[in-house]
Design a protein around this ligand. Structure first.
Ligand code: ATP
Ligand code: MG
Length: 196
């Protein structure tokens, strides 16, 4: 599961858990991006903070882990490089899935070397209950023809990192949107204090 994770929250964690169970995965690897190629706002939180929050949020789950692969790779992050690297590490027999929100999955075709995605992984796209999948399928027929995409329903989809950052900036509560350890980390390191 790739993402900025700025910060990680229960939406990510619930989506990962659903994917793990519904697809009988061995594990979920959370992969915080290094320098995101597509997020232009200059003030993405330091990779080390985003990585550590992902670690503390997932520490108690036996099948969740966090990888430093993207944050340690120099230069902008491209998902295709990560998928190629995972394919090399795990071999051609491994089933690789890329877990994402349904909103993000439709953009994948515009990502670097997207034509390779079909051979590298299957996408698992999280949708909100009530999401009009039929309408989305019609609208994005091109993506469905060129990527392997499976859909799962995730109840916590209304949570976003943007909202959490905004809430912290406005001194509104974030408890129950992300694990308590992440709430404490944000407070201790005074993250997201300036208004977004
Ligand atoms: P931001 O608001 O900064 O864009 P975000 O909450 O979307 O942050 P990202 O780190 O951008 O979090 O997301 C990582 C991945 O998780 C993306 O594929 C995104 O679509 C997905 N995702 C984000 N929020 C949820 C959620 N509530 N439920 C399921 N998937 C989510
Ligand atoms: Mg996002």
């Amino acid at each position: 599961m790739g993402g900025t994770f700025d910060p990680i929250h229960f939406g990510h964690l619930v989506a990962a858990e659903e994917a793990l169970v519904q697809f009988n995965l061995d594990r979920v690897i959370f992969m915080p991006t290094g320098e995101p190629a597509r997020k232009t706002h200059l003030d993405v939180t330091q990779a080390e903070d985003r990585y550590l929050m992902a670690v503390i949020a997932t520490a108690s789950h036996p099948d969740f882990e966090v990888s430093r692969m993207e944050i340690d790779r120099p230069g902008p992050t491209y998902t295709v490089d990560t998928l190629r690297a995972l394919r090399n590490i795990h071999g051609k027999m491994a089933d690789l899935y890329f877990i994402t929100g349904a909103d993000a999955v439709w953009e994948m075709l515009t990502w670097k070397d997207a034509e390779e995605f079909e051979d590298l992984c299957t996408f698992i796209a999280a949708t909100r209950p009530g999401y009009d999948l039929d309408a989305a399928r019609q609208e994005h027929a091109d993506a469905l023809a060129r990527l392997r995409i499976e859909f799962i329903e995730v109840p916590a989809l209304a949570i976003s990192s943007t909202d959490i950052r905004q809430r912290v900036g406005e001194r509104r509560p974030i408890r129950y949107l992300t694990p308590e350890s992440v709430v404490a980390y944000i407070k201790k390191h005074r993250l997201y204090q300036e208004a977004y």
